[in-house]
Design a protein around this ligand. Structure first.
Ligand SMILES: Nc1ncnc2c1ncn2[C@@H]1O[C@H](COP(=O)(O)OP(=O)(O)OP(=O)(O)O)[C@@H](O)[C@H]1O
Ligand SMILES: [Mg+2]
Length: 282
């Protein structure tokens, strides 16, 4: 084996041992495009050669499966009820993305008893064996349940749109996260921007006030342009990154995926996000 082959093998070995990295996707205001971001970003990352899993933690109105036209037989509810193991509810989506379907209308994790919570989270932790990256779709809004997911993950993507109410709510979310007084890799994603310039200005504004008033550093995950293909893809229940890869929205998502992977490739996931999550619920 040549030295470069050996180096490659070693790299693969190290990567296979590295704990997966968890990325939560959240927002202050609802309807800003989180689920579309999760689904299309996951597929873009998978197409770039990674094992990716999605957890639909939007326990109120689960809709990752709806966007992908999947009809899962089982979901997190069956795991919570101990009727199924995690492996039995995971389904394979486009580009090999693994999906843990959420459970509509079930009681929130925060309202579960300690035993149930421990059970569901230890089941979820098994995802670390099947994925390099775990994307968590949370529900909108500031509640303890969502914040716990956000502050436990390795990276938190906060999605906003140019709408003033979405910006105000994104800032409110950042403020609540800042009150946990932990170091959190927080990144802003501007969706439905009409231009790069508009998106960049929104990022500048939010990062400036966050630094000034909250002493929080927010990095920039990038932007996705407002694009009719997203609306069409939702109606077709097909991911726009596959259906319209060269559209403005398709290109934006691929760019965000590449940048995210680049920024995380040197960084080991600190694993144990489930442990941190459990810690917060105690
Ligand atoms: N880049 C975009 N361009 C045009 N329309 C978009 C874009 N992103 C999202 N949308 C529209 O916004 C709608 C809501 O998106 P999505 O369901 O992903 O939001 P969400 O934040 O997950 O909502 P919720 O808070 O209810 O979970 C989509 O159905 C689509 O019509
Ligand atoms: Mg959603």
């Amino acid at each position: 084996m040549s030295p470069s082959d050996q180096a490659q093998r070693l790299r693969e070995l190290v990567e296979s041992l590295a704990p997966s990295r968890s990325i939560s996707i959240t927002s202050g205001k609802g309807g800003v495009g989180k689920t579309n971001v999760v689904v299309n970003l996951a597929i873009a990352m998978a197409k770039l050669g990674n094992e990716v899993a999605i957890v639909d933690a939007d326990l109120g109105l689960a809709n990752v499966d709806v966007l992908l036209n999947l009809n899962p037989k089982y979901n997190l509810y069956h795991v919570i009820e101990r009727h199924k193991s995690l492996e039995e509810v995971v389904i394979s989506g486009p580009s090999g993305v693994k999906i843990v379907p959420g459970a509509s209308g079930i009681t929130k994790v925060a309202n579960m008893g300690p035993k149930e919570r421990q059970h569901i989270l230890s089941e979820l932790s098994r995802l670390q064996h099947i994925a390099d990256y775990i994307l968590i779709d949370t529900s909108a809004g500031i509640n303890r349940n969502v914040i716990n997911f956000v502050v436990s993950s390795d990276v938190a993507l906060i999605v906003t749109t140019p709408e003033p109410t979405a910006i105000t709510d994104a800032y409110a979310m950042i403020k609540v996260i800042s009150q946990r007084k932990i170091e959190q890799d927080l990144r802003l994603l501007v969706n439905m921007a009409t231009s790069k310039r508009e998106a960049d200005e929104i990022y500048e504004r939010i990062s400036m006030v966050s630094r000034q008033f909250l002493n929080m550093e927010i990095s920039y995950a990038g932007y996705i342009l407002k694009d009719d293909v997203v609306v069409n893809a939702v109606l077709q229940r097909r991911p726009f990154v596959l259906e319209y890869p060269y559209s403005p929205a398709g290109r934006s998502v691929t760019r965000i995926a590449k940048e995210l992977l680049r920024s995380l490739s040197g960084k080991m996931g600190n694993g144990g996000w489930i442990d941190r999550l459990l810690g917060w619920f105690r």
